[in-house]
Every structure is written in C-alpha cells, then in structure tokens.
Design a protein around this ligand. Sequence first.
Ligand code: NAP
Length: 258
Amino acid sequence: MGGFHGTSAPEGKVAVVTGGGSGMGAATSLRLAREGRAVAVLDIDADGAETVAERIVAAGGKALPVAADISNRDQVRAALARVRADLGPVTILVNNAAVENFCPLGGLDDATWDRLMAVNLKGCFIVTQEVLPDMEAAGWGRVVNISSFGAQTGAPDMAAYTASKGGVIALTRSLAVELGRKGITVNSVSPGFIDTPMARRAIDGNLFPVPFEQIVATYPIPRLGRAEEVAAACCFFASEDAGYVTGQVLGVNGGTAF
Ligand code: NAP
C-alpha cells in the first residue's frame, strides 16, 4: 500500500456513524457492520445507540455505542477517545445526525436557528475535524455527509433546516478539494422523503402543507424512501470501490430533485 492511497483501506477499518441510533443512521450502521466494519454508533440518544449496537453484535458484527451531542466538542472528543481505545483509529465517518424544525420565517427565533446550525452544520465540522488525524495517519479516509433534497429544492417553513443542509453540501465540496491529496474522499448523500422516525414525527404532527401521500404521489417513484436505500448509497461512498469519487452529492430521492 505505502503512499499509494485510494485503492485499499488499512487493516481494521472503523466507522463512526453519528445519529446511528435511529432511522438512516441505524440502517447505515447495520449495513457497514455487515460489510465488515467495526461500527461506533454515536448518538445523543444513548438508548438508541445501545439498541443498534446490540443488533449489530447479535448479528455477529462489531459495534460500540457512544453517547454524545455532536455540537459539543468536549463530548465528541471523549466519545472518540472511547472509540479509539475500543475499536481503533477511525477511517470512515458518516455525518448523519441532525435535527429539523418547521416554522414560518416570521416566527423563526435566533435560538432555533442557532441550534439547527450548531447540530446540522457545526456538528459535521466538529466530528470531521476530530477524526481527521486518524485518516491523515492512515493516508485513507471516507467522509459521508448527509444533506437533504430540501437544500436543493427549497422547502416551506424549513429555512433554517435547509440552510444548514446547504452548508453541509458546501462543506462537502470544500473538504473534498482540500483532503483529496491525503487519500480522503468527502461526499454527500442527499435523501428525499425517507420513512424514518424524523419523517414520521413531521407526518404525525401535520407539519406539511398537504398530506404526505399527495406529496409522494408527484414523485417519479411515488412512495417514501427507505432508510436502507440511503444506507446503500452511504456504503458505496464509504467503500474501497469509491476511491476516485469525491465532492459528489448523490440524491436518493425517488427522482424528485436532481
Ligand atoms: P432520525 O430518525 O431523527 O435520527 C437522527 C438521530 O440523530 C436520532 O437518534 C437523534 O436523536 C440523533 N441526534 C439528534 N441530534 C443529535 C446530536 N446533537 N448529536 C448526536 N445525535 C443527535 O432522523 P433520520 O430521518 O434518520 O435522518 C437522518 C439524516 O437524514 C439527518 O441528517 C436528516 O436531516 C436527513 N434527512 C432526513 C430526511 C427524511 O425524510 N427522514 C430527508 C432528508 C434528509 P434524538 O431522536 O434524540 O433527537
């Protein structure tokens, strides 16, 4: 391997999936583990992380649940110290954790705006920066950032959320340019409307202007997406096969945004 980066990963590949305790993060954690990665399931919801890690171990995989708020650098550092001690250096990172908010612009307050930016955008910055030394030392790394089709199409009452996700796309492109020479790829999966606890909370809370069935009926593939379909895209970007793919935004959205 030597300095010839990008074609094969070092021994003992370790993945961190933020928000791994629910929805797409859980599906991605499970799939990465099936593909032979040791997976740190990092989530602010300790119980969710624990449950997913138990499922991975029960299926014969290797996993560690770690609780942390990705917007808090000290918590992220402490969590990654545990990951390194238990699993080894981190060479795959899926920045998936996020929070959403529905509010017309006139009622959007500073605290909500700041929290969405802190978790959805700054959280990606913090976790990526904190794992960077491991990837640099390995001369190999895969960063996958989960954005959102709303950042590409716009979405009513979601200005803070979509702005934070637009930032995630810009961060992806800049880090891809900056880190390519180090053997580190940085890509984004941009999900459409995916059936997860986050989406179900919005559906059950009647937060969309029309029933969700009407929304998905307009899509070229007229249904909600599945978490596993997003996980598949994440695992491609995280794979050895994707060594010449960087700075890309892959929509997994039923054809509703390009
Ligand atoms: P989800 O079911 O709500 O899962 C997100 C997980 O992240 C939850 O366990 C959540 O914990 C955790 N989390 C929230 N804030 C955190 C923090 N500060 N630090 C660490 N963990 C935190 O959401 P999902 O639908 O799977 O979403 C996954 C990603 O896809 C997100 O980036 C989301 O924005 C994006 N996305 C979703 C859709 C969709 O239709 N579902 C569409 C486009 C993009 P709590 O539950 O305790 O908050």
